[in-house]
Ligand binder design. Sequence first.
Ligand code: ADP
Length: 487
Amino acid sequence: MKILSVASEIFPLIKTGGLADVTGSLPKALEGYNCQTRTLVPGYPQLFANLPDARQIYFFPDLFGAPASLLQARYEQLDLLILDAPALYNRPGGPYLDEWGHDHPDNWKRFAVLSYVASAIAGGLIAGWSPDLVHTHDWQTALTSVYMQYSSNARKVPSVLTIHNLAFQGQFPTSVVSQIGLPPEAVSLDCLEYYGDVSYLKGGIRTASAITTVSPTYAREVIAPELGMGMAGALSSRPRALTGIVNGIDMDIWNPATDAYLPVKYDHKRIRLREQNRARLLETFRLDGGPGPVFAAVTRLTWQKGGDMLAEVAEEISALGGKLIVLGKGEEHIETALLAAAGRHPDRIGVRIGYDEATAHLIHGGCDVIIQPSRFEPCGLTQLYALRYGAVPVVSRTGGLSETIIDANDAAVSARVATGFQFHPATAENLRFSIHRAFAAYREPKKWARLQNQGMKANFSWERSAGQYAALYAQLIPDRRRKAPSA
Ligand code: ADP
């Protein structure tokens, strides 16, 4: 099967969160299921430094008002198509925000153009390669199926829209529609119209052949008002099209036995070696190297992720004899509260504001507990990395967190299946209670070692989930319906 994946970020070239991890690792996993994936991404400046051999395969003299090219390149195992539209992508800042942290004012156009080009590729733009199916991710590429619906192209292909986070919806005034090459009919209730505006995500929800979320629990949660974030109606209108497929992790990049960022490599049989990484981690954050569990969080510091709760429990962790390390970036009031706590306890609380892949790996390889107090969590990857690295997760019971972590209640502990601690609902009080539970378990070295061991043996590789995507693709691609793929 030939798959065109369309994404606004892809690891390791450009990443702001879990979306990039997925779009960067799923294609590799799909190869084992007879899927050849090419990924269309915007030509951000961050990409070109690593792609010296990118070659032009198509030229647009006038793509929505400016010239642009379609390039192709390989990077490691990724087969990339790059939309080089300098007027839209060649600027400082990140994929969505400028250097001052504000949305790029023309995001409505930057991602509409990307989706338009994806639909053109689906329609046969590239000589010699046409996809059997298009896989889009989040609002930034959700318009692809809208363009396909309204295109006069004879070649129509099925599409899958994966929702990684329903909170981001691509909502813009209706006036943009006439500027992105869509007809006025697209602003209808059963397409883009969204409370007087348009939502690119809603357009995708209404027009994609299938919709997936990144965990089955989140797929159930989003059709209810609480976590549906205004899209519950649109999603419930397509019950048969909506499913959940839990994310996998890249077992090569996140492997404590080979991780180049770790001073000492280890696996579940040599878990004692983690001790040396712990020491390096504490040194890096200039914390006291004495005993007591090291709690940590690697996260966007936002309301969704419960960053405010981390600030609320920081001093209690320190008072109980533990340490807290936070690596993250986000809302200013959360950053300020965490920095203030670190200022009061510089030997027990370490906070680094920023995004840093190397430190993220060291944290997973050296801390004892990863805290993830999300108010909602479509899948969550940090807890999966924690499991693989022998750090015990403390998570709220929501979305993907609820199905990937097994709470250490008495039954699960005696059945030897527990991997972490869960709390619900996501409040600072409940988090505090779970932290006390973690302290208590940490004081029983045998019990703790079992938790670590059970976590490290849990298998969240892409293998199974990639198989589910491949089966979904096969169901949607007309002449494949009867031929289910095998690994
Ligand atoms: P989301 O995509 O909602 O932010 P996920 O848990 O799905 O959350 O994925 C987050 C990804 O981003 C993980 O790979 C995590 O390690 C990484 N990450 C988050 N914040 C940072 C940071 N400050 N530095 C390095 N990596 C980070």
